[in-house]
Structure formats: C-alpha cells, structure tokens
Design a protein around this ligand. Structure first.
Ligand code: ZN
Length: 313
C-alpha cells in the first residue's frame, strides 16, 4: 500500500494586518505530488517560494472569502508561477465574486498566464472535489461576508496485509500479492481467493479542517467532527471577546472549545491579530480546555501521518 505524505505548511498566520514576523493568511496542504492552497493573503508568494513547495505541481487553490487579507496575494502568485515557467493548469475555488475579482484584475493589469486557470464557483455547501483518493467539502462559516470553511478528507485505506498468511497459502509473491493488498479478489490455480482473507479491517484516512474566518458555530462543530488536524482561526484573546463577536472572529478559548466538542485530535491555531507580538496568552487560554494544541508560525511545517501514528512537527 503506497503511503502518501501529507504536510501542512503555514505561509501566513496574521489576521488583517501583517506584522514583521507574520504574513497574511495562507495555508498549504502538500499531499503527495499535489499542492492545495487555502487562502492567498498579500505577500504569500514570498513564503511559498521559500517553502520550496514547487512551482509546477498539480495545484488547487481555495479562497475562504474575499476579504483582502485572504485573497489579494492570489494575483501575484498566479503571475509569478507563470513567469517562473509553470505549464500545468490550476483550479481555483471560491464564492461567485472571486471569479469577477480575478477576471477584472487580469483585464486591468493586462496579464496573461501561460497555463490554464479554471475557476469553480462555490454555489452551495457540500462536495467540491472528488479525487481518486480524497474529497474536499465546504461548509458555510459565520463571518461578516459570505465565507466558507473546508475539509480535506482521504478515502479509507485497505486493511493491513497478513504477509504470513499469504506466504502459507502458497500464492506467489508479486502482482497477486499487490492485488490482494489493495483489496482486490484474485484467481489462483482456478480457485477464487477473496482479498478479505488476507487483509484486516479497512483503515481511516486523514481528515484536515480549515476554518477560514469565522465565529464558532454548531454547524462547524459537526463539519469538523473527528478531524485529525483542525486549523482554526484564533484572532483574539478572551479579553477582546466583544471585538471577536463584532467582527465575526473567534477567540483562542472559543476555538479550543469547538475543537473539544468536535473531538478533533489536534488543533492548530492561526490568524492572530497584529496586536499580539507574543502569543503566549493565546496558547494559555486555548489550553484551558484542550491540551493538544499548536500555535502556527509562518513557515511552520506540520507532518500529518496516518491516524494510527503520532503527529510530528
Ligand atoms: Zn475576513
């Protein structure tokens, strides 16, 4: 069974205004040979290049909402990728006005890219992408404008292959083993052999949640249920909770409460207000009711192994 490497790379962890240490929102899921970008705040292309994620890999870009700090970097990224020789197409997903934003700017700035861009308009919640081995789904967030949260969910994988039993059965190693390992029944010496005899129960894939900007909500508790990793916005501390409510953002404590209710395995906080130079209080408050928390910093790379293994940084 091929193992697919999955890592989350933070290209920008600040909300609204960048700081010397933190750029504007952008998170990448680098999965196997594919790059999946969530939001493209202004200047994210610099950290994209620094992270050496690769300019010509299969790529999808999801924009949670069209506030400037989440989408102004998109045009620069598209242009740079073209100038650096990208040829593979890019698929972009966002609310209806995103298409307008891209096309109008392309016209005004008169820039063309030498690869194909397909813009998918998100009309409603639910399934957006169905790849061979994973899905991407959208859910309405609770923000001041139309905004979406996303999950990337891998398909279940075949169970563990019982090598000892396969050896004892006399089936020759090679292609037949491979078929059984991948859950296919085979025929050997005229007898039908079920893959189930040689593999254990199927195993879960990974489920990663990306909140974008939002208040915590019942809907998101359900949407993010059981995530292996949930990346959630944590703009404010509890002291600024009033501001969080007014501006449709979350506090660290609210983010961790949601993570606890949703029974996520690991919570990573991001999108911090520029007022915080030190994120210690954010971390302390979040840890009041949920232990397994990481504070994201720009250029952090978080490896996400399959659920049966521990998460490593
Ligand atoms: Zn916003």
């Amino acid at each position: 069974m091929t193992l697919v490497e999955l890592k989350i790379v933070f290209l920008g962890t600040s909300g609204a205004i960048p700081t010397y240490e933190r750029g504007l929102s952008s998170i990448v899921i680098a999965r196997g040979d594919e790059i999946i970008i969530f939001d493209a705040g202004e200047g994210m292309q610099i950290k994209f290049l620094r992270s050496k994620l690769g300019i010509n890999k299969k790529m999808k870009i999801f924009i949670t909402h069209i506030h400037g700090d989440h989408c102004l970097g998109l045009l620069g990224l598209l242009q740079t990728l073209s100038l650096m020789g990208r040829t593979k197409p890019i698929e972009i997903f966002g609310e209806p006005r995103l298409q307008e934003f891209i096309l109008i700017n392309q016209k005004i700035l008169n820039f063309n890219v030498n690869y194909q861009i397909t813009i998918h308009t998100i009309q409603k919640e639910g399934l957006l992408v169905e790849e061979k081995d994973y899905l991407v789904k959208a859910c309405l967030a609770d923000h001041s404008i139309l905004a979406f949260s996303f999950i990337l969910e891998e398909n279940r994988r075949p169970g563990i292959f019982n090598l000892e039993r396969a050896h004892k059965s006399g089936i020759p190693e090679g292609q037949l083993y491979s078929l059984l390992q991948h859950g296919f029944d085979i025929e050997y010496k005229g007898t039908k052999i079920s893959a189930r005899e040689f593999t254990g129960p199927s195993r879960a894939g990974r489920k990663i949640g990306i909140s974008g900007d939002t208040r915590p909500s019942k809907k998101l508790e359900i949407f993010f249920k059981g995530c292996d990793v949930l990346v959630f916005e944590s703009t404010f501390t509890t002291q600024e909770r009033k501001k969080a409510i007014e501006r449709f953002h979350s506090t660290a404590l609210e983010a961790s409460s949601l993570a606890k209710i949703a029974k996520v395995k690991k919570l990573i906080l991001t999108h911090f207000s520029s007022r915080y130079t030190n994120l210690k209080l954010i971390e302390t408050e979040a840890k009041i009711n949920f232990e397994n928390i990481l504070i994201a910093h720009d250029l952090d790379v978080i490896n996400v192994p399959y659920p049966e293994k521990e998460l490593t940084k």
